[in-house]
Design a protein around this ligand. Structure first.
Ligand code: AMP
Ligand code: ZN
Length: 464
């Protein structure tokens, strides 16, 4: 298995740290707002790596945090906590806001068939660990108390910038546009491990600590959670490319200083989804979510299909016209697959041939677009019987998770659903579109999504 390692800046053979389990950490969502389809592209990329490793036979323990405290408005250490801002705006408690957006996040996560990691942990559950790490860093001389806050002293490291390719000055300017000069810092790259003094006095979530009531700095959570759940050695740590600096850079600094050894060998970063005006971001106002795409009548898996047709390390520009094209192509593919007749017996040689090809595309830095092209090649090959084709596609779908084989018998209410589909068809014929839409929406509310194909309407269970 080979994929691009941001730490070594090359595509590398993946060698796990130990026999047995791989520990794979994904930086999770900040739950003060909905996660947009750009965020979801990032989690789809992680899902593919996770499922590829499992397909190759590795045992994977995947860990993801939920940032419910300590994510500030800017990359500076001085912005207002985003969670607190939203809570104030909505007149709710911070934890209510976090619970609300966490639930919404997992609805979208599921709609694009992402597998939930073995461990999903909110940042607020690990406060003791953050305090212990901060104490140890002070004892070891890597951290100092200044103006009431505890800072990490980046000048104590010789390789602070090991994860990035950039020149120091470029990074500071680029990543910290809204930085306010913090007079408490010894060096401009120092960052807060624990806050007690904030210019925003009404911070709702605070915990007692040796340095006074306060809360963790925003890089600390991933160090604390991953060590608590994954131990001292991580195999893979990932996020979007914007996490490289300062988030992951600071995570490495504090984790390795605390542990006294190398922490994580492979860093996996996904490129961004852009909108036509540039990077999608939460701060731009209206949030385009996967649920919203569904409301607009798109199958969320058309979005997954669109993502998998481009490489995770390339920027992808989202537009409704490209989603429409992906949607058409995805439906066509489903159609072609639905026409395969389950005939013949398993042709083991053909299965091995195509399966090896599939694996080699994924082992080649997760080339999902080539893996999908392979399905078209397989469909065209008259020498492979229908049964073998279906077995192969079912197997590939363990990684791609595009519900390529629609099993209409999947629901215990199959007869009832088919009757409603018929009633909807009749309503459409009568041009009673209100009735047709209401049948569609009622079914959707019950977690049953209708999929219109040229051969007729079929359905997919999305809410179980
Ligand atoms: P956040 O909740 O802001 O921490 O973002 C969650 C994850 O989504 C992070 O790992 C980000 O790197 C990633 N991300 C943010 N914006 C985008 C985008 N436009 N495209 C892809 N990934 C993104
Ligand atoms: Zn993180």
């Amino acid at each position: 298995m080979r994929f691009y390692n941001t730490l070594t800046k090359k595509v590398e053979e993946f060698k796990p740290h130990r026999d047995g389990e791989i520990i794979f950490y994904t930086c999770g969502p900040t739950v003060y707002h909905d996660q947009h389809i750009g965020n979801m592209r990032n989690y789809i990329g992680h899902d593919i790596l996770d499922k590829t490793l499992r397909y190759l036979g590795y045992k994977v323990k995947r860990i993801m945090n939920i940032t419910d405290v300590g994510h500030l408005t800017g990359d500076s250490d001085y912005g207002e906590d985003k969670m607190v801002l939203t809570a104030k705006k909505e007149n709710k408690s911070v934890l209510d806001i976090a619970a609300y957006f966490t639930d919404r996040f997992f609805v979208d996560f599921d709609l694009v068939n992402n597998k939930v990691p073995e461990i999903v942990s909110p940042a607020t559950k690990h406060i003791d660990k953050y305090i212990e790490i901060t104490k140890t860093l002070i004892d070891k001389g890597y951290a100092y108390l200044s103006g009431g806050n505890v800072y990490f002293d980046t000048s104590k490291l010789t390789d602070y910038y090991q994860l990035t390719n950039h020149k120091e000055d470029e990074l500071i300017v680029g990543a910290r546009e809204d930085v306010e000069n913090d007079p408490n810092k010894r060096n401009k790259t120092d960052f807060v491990l624990w806050f007690t003094k904030s210019k925003f006095e009404d911070q709702e979530l605070k915990w007692d600590s040796p340095w006074g009531m306060g809360y963790p700095g925003w890089h600390m959570e991933c160090t604390g959670i991953s060590i608590n759940h994954g131990g001292e050695y991580l195999d893979i740590h990932g996020g979007g490319v914007d996490n490289i600096f300062p988030h992951h850079t600071n995570e490495i600094a504090q984790s390795e200083a605390y542990l006294g050894h190398k922490w994580c060998n492979y860093w996996f970063h996904n490129e961004h989804l852009l909108d036509e005006s540039g990077k999608m971001s939460k701060s731009k106002g209206a949030t385009l979510t996967v649920s919203l795409l569904k409301e607009k009548g798109y199958n969320p898996l058309s979005f997954r299909f669109m993502c998998l047709n481009s490489h995770y390390r390339k920027q992808l520009v989202f537009s409704f016209s490209s989603l429409n094209s992906a949607d058409q192509a995805y439906k066509k593919l489903l159609n072609k697959i639905s026409l395969i007749k389950d005939e013949g017996i398993l042709d083991e040689d053909a299965f091995a041939f195509y399966n090896n090809k599939f694996i080699s595309h994924l082992e080649d830095d997760l080339n999902t677009a080539n893996a999908i092209t392979l399905i078209y090649d397989l469909l065209k090959n008259d020498l492979v019987n229908g049964h073998t084709k279906l077995d192969l596609i079912r197997s590939f779908d363990k990684v791609l998770s595009l519900d390529l084989i629609i099993d209409e018998k999947q629901s215990s209410n199959h007869e009832e659903i088919m009757a409603l589909i018929k009633a909807r068809d009749n309503a459409k014929k009568r041009k009673d579109y209100d009735m047709a839409d209401s049948i569609r929406n009622d079914l959707l509310a019950k977690g049953i999504m209708l999929i219109d194909t040229r051969e007729g309407t079929t359905y997919k269970i999305v809410g179980e």
